[in-house]
Design a protein around this ligand. Structure first.
Ligand code: ACO
Length: 428
């Protein structure tokens, strides 16, 4: 009997089965041979929310949730945040290796020269209500872009996929900034290709009457780091949406709209916005114990705390906490930081949070930085979406080029009614 196997006894039949253990997993399809009769469908695994099911093999991002480790293509997130740039990380995620100087220049050029969006997209944004949530605008316009690039449907061509990736990474900040300007009733600002990726985004957000916008270098650098920290997080809800929708072989703009929609939810990318609302609601340090009591009793959640994968301090939260002070030094302290620190201190000493291994996640401090940069709350998940775009695209590429992948189509355990006869409405 090989060591790397699992012996299963089906007590219903007394039969034994040998299942191969590979990379710490058994194949769910192997369970299908376990039957009580010839016409039995075979055993399935039941795993709502995929809590213990690997949906893919991946070589992109490694997380050790217990130890608080996050690596992109093997490189620790702390080193990338400290020494790399967002575009270099985007290249790394997509290509598996850090670029040479020439490759980085070429990549940066390709992103920089795809930042413009069709004027009809601008008009489309004009059609949204004045108070439309920018995340709603972003997911709609990114989806709409599929109609502007019908060539994107050719997902079989690696070269074509690369071109669409450039377009998406380049245009997400433009769409995001347009959504913000629409919200503010301000004229749209066209991309400035002389600025960095983050600098240009700040330009499109904040340029007013000046001839040339010069971003604050500390804010520009901090935004670039924030993009790096958000660039990928393996099989999270939005990456899974990107993969699942992309597995139907729809174009990447449509898949990315689905991923953006997944990120919109308050349990995912919307949490940083929820953290600020929570801190505002708490209002003062004296009210923290009462809030903690309510969170423990399930009446509310401590937003920015807890994670499906991290059962330790989220390494991104560590970097962000340091970054927050650099930004505060440059643009002024966010008064909510003291409340956040005290809330973290109290929660980390509380048995409820300790026992459940609930630590601050990436969203606990990121909102405070965005807020001090002058960004409104509903733009926070939009910034997350810009940062996550190369990750989504890398996951999509890996899914499409993996021969083991097919259209995503989970099974169910049907517990509904058996067959019954239709009753006309007049007889009901
Ligand atoms: N506040 C209070 N209690 C919590 C919290 C929280 N933030 N998070 C989890 N718990 C409790 C749950 O009530 C549960 O307790 P129980 O065992 O007594 O029932 C236990 O901890 C386990 O929680 P689950 O909800 O089962 O954990 P899950 O892995 O499903 O959820 C999630 C993870 C969604 C992130 C959750 O911790 C949460 O809602 N956190 C707040 C929202 C948030 O910050 N989201 C951002 C996540 S990071 C990202 O997407 C970028």
């Amino acid at each position: 009997m090989p060591n790397d196997s699992l012996t299963v006894t089906d007590n219903r039949t007394g039969k034994n089965y040998e299942l191969e253990v590979k990379n710490g997993t058994i194949s769910a399809m192997e369970l299908r041979q376990i039957k009580i009769s010839d016409d039995d469908f075979g055993l399935m695994s039941y795993d709502p929310a995929y809590k213990n099911t690997a949906s893919t093999e991946s070589r992109i991002t490694f997380i050790d949730g217990a130890k608080g480790i996050l690596r992109y293509r093997g490189y620790p997130i702390e080193q990338l945040a400290e020494q790399s740039s967002f575009l270099e990380v985007s290249y790394l995620l997509q290509n598996g290796e850090l670029p040479s100087r020439r490759q980085l220049e070429e990549f940066t050029h390709n992103i920089t020269y795809h930042t413009m969006v069709h004027e009809n997209i601008r008009e489309l944004i004009d059609a949204f209500r004045y108070d439309a949530h920018p995340m709603g605008i972003l997911l709609s316009t990114v989806g709409a872009m599929s109609t502007f690039y019908p060539d994107a449907r050719d997902i079989e061509s690696a070269e074509n996929r690369r071109l669409q990736s450039y377009r998406l990474i380049a245009k997400m900040p433009t769409l995001a900034a347009y959504a913000y300007r629409h919200r503010r009733g301000l004229p749209y600002v066209y991309p400035d290709n002389d600025l960095s990726y983050a600098g240009n985004f700040l330009n499109m957000l904040f340029c007013m009457t000046e001839r040339r916008y010069t971003p604050n270098p500390v804010v520009e650098k901090a935004l670039d780091v924030l993009f790096i920290l958000h660039a990928d997080h393996e099989q999270n809800c939005s990456a899974s949406a990107m993969r699942a929708v992309g597995s139907s072989h729809v174009d990447p703009f449509s898949s990315l709209a689905a991923a953006t929609a997944a990120l919109y939810g308050p349990l995912h990318g919307g949490a940083n916005e929820a953290v600020i609302r929570m801190l505002n609601e708490i209002g003062s340090k004296s009210k923290i114990p009462e809030f903690i009591r309510r969170a423990k009793e399930g009446e509310s959640r401590l937003m920015g705390f807890g994670h499906r994968v991290y059962k330790n301090y989220d390494p991104r939260a560590q970097v962000i906490k340091k970054l927050a002070y650099q930004v505060f030094d440059a643009v002024g302290k966010n008064p909510l930081i003291d409340l956040a620190l005290e809330l973290e201190r109290i929660a980390l000493e509380d048995e409820y949070f300790v026992k459940r291994k609930l630590y601050p996640n990436v969203d606990f401090y990121s909102g405070l930085i965005y807020q001090s940069m002058g960004l409104p709350m509903d733009l926070f998940p939009v910034i997350f979406a810009i940062g996550r775009t190369p990750g989504w695209l890398s996951q999509w590429e890996e899914m499409l080029t993996d021969p083991a992948q097919k259209i995503a189509r989970p099974r169910q355990v049907y517990l509904g009614e058996g067959e019954r006869k239709y009753v006309p409405v007049s007889e009901r």
